[in-house]
Design a protein around this ligand. Sequence first.
Ligand code: PLP
Length: 383
Amino acid sequence: MTQRPLAPASLAAQGLGWIEPTTKAIVSPIHVSSTFLRDDDNQFRSGRVYARADNPTFDQAEATVTALEHGVAGLVFASGMAAATACFQALEPGHHVIAPTVMYWALRNWLATFATRWGLAVSFVDTTDLAAVASAVQPGRTKLIWLETPANPLWHVSDIESVAAIAHRAGARLVVDSTVAAAVFTRPLDLGADVVMHAATKYLNGHSDLVAGMLVTARDDDFWQRLRTIRAQIGGVLGSFEAWLLMRGLRTLFPRIRWAAHSAHSLADRLAAHPAVAEVLYPGLPNCLGHEVARRQMRGGFGAMLSIRIRGGESAAIATAARVELWKRATSLGGVESLIEHRASIEGSGSPCPPDLLRLSVGIEDSDDLFADLDQALLAAQS
Ligand code: PLP
């Protein structure tokens, strides 16, 4: 065996090479027990007490994503939202947080309503604008900056390294929702982020058959211990079967997303020249806000999410989505099947999403088939 460190794709394919010690199985078992035996002297030397805190079926997926993200520990949650909201629940009333104007709409909505009612002060800022981020900092009060990059649904890219420096100068933490970079194209912890978050529902699992979240930390500090406690006490935990499915999905993460990102880039190029398309939003295209940052901070591809703005406005966009056959009209992203969605309908008022925008989650189908289906739908919707 060579001494060269294994590439991330190899680590993921074998789930870090874990072998079940009793049977030598190369696929880890599903543990369903909710509780664990005490030793006869009343200790828990197994390290496990109760499955809300210590489910062994979480271990391999947590360890694998932690390795991919170059972190020191990971926590799987029952959804991406459970993982994300835990980061804000770990703060104190009166603390101030900065979040992007362009971000996953449900989290933005939660921050603007629930989190605010619970005493957090929230400033929404264009996080691609470093001066705007710096001037939103409230010295002594800002405790967390949240980034999402590339950001739903306009795929703006924010500069993680520079925002981390702003956060740390202010004594705040930086947490990055890296769902779309998927632990493959960007490593936020290497760029200075303190915690990275994933909606594992998306690429990490990749098969649209579970809902899960993941946090990975750069340091096992008091903030991380709070997050661990929040998961155990509030009880937003994943089921054992879903944790096992997540690990199964993770094994194929690299080939799935590399293929999909390659198709997405080629679709972005072809759609940019399409007569029915007014604009293509994709981090790999020079017109996307943050493209120069993306070229530095994304390695090996620009992801598999893009959006298109349709000539003819909202009605033409909805008519296009109505006419596709291979693409599936559904919310979500990151699965092997390609999805199309009129985002403004789902995001509602207050969303920065233009009404003529269709969001495309590119899967692993043949990209010529995907283009042909969109092409016929785009042309039919214009006539
Ligand atoms: N973050 C991003 C970027 C998302 O796209 C989503 C879901 O679409 C979430 C977070 C929330 O994840 P979940 O649906 O698993 O709660």
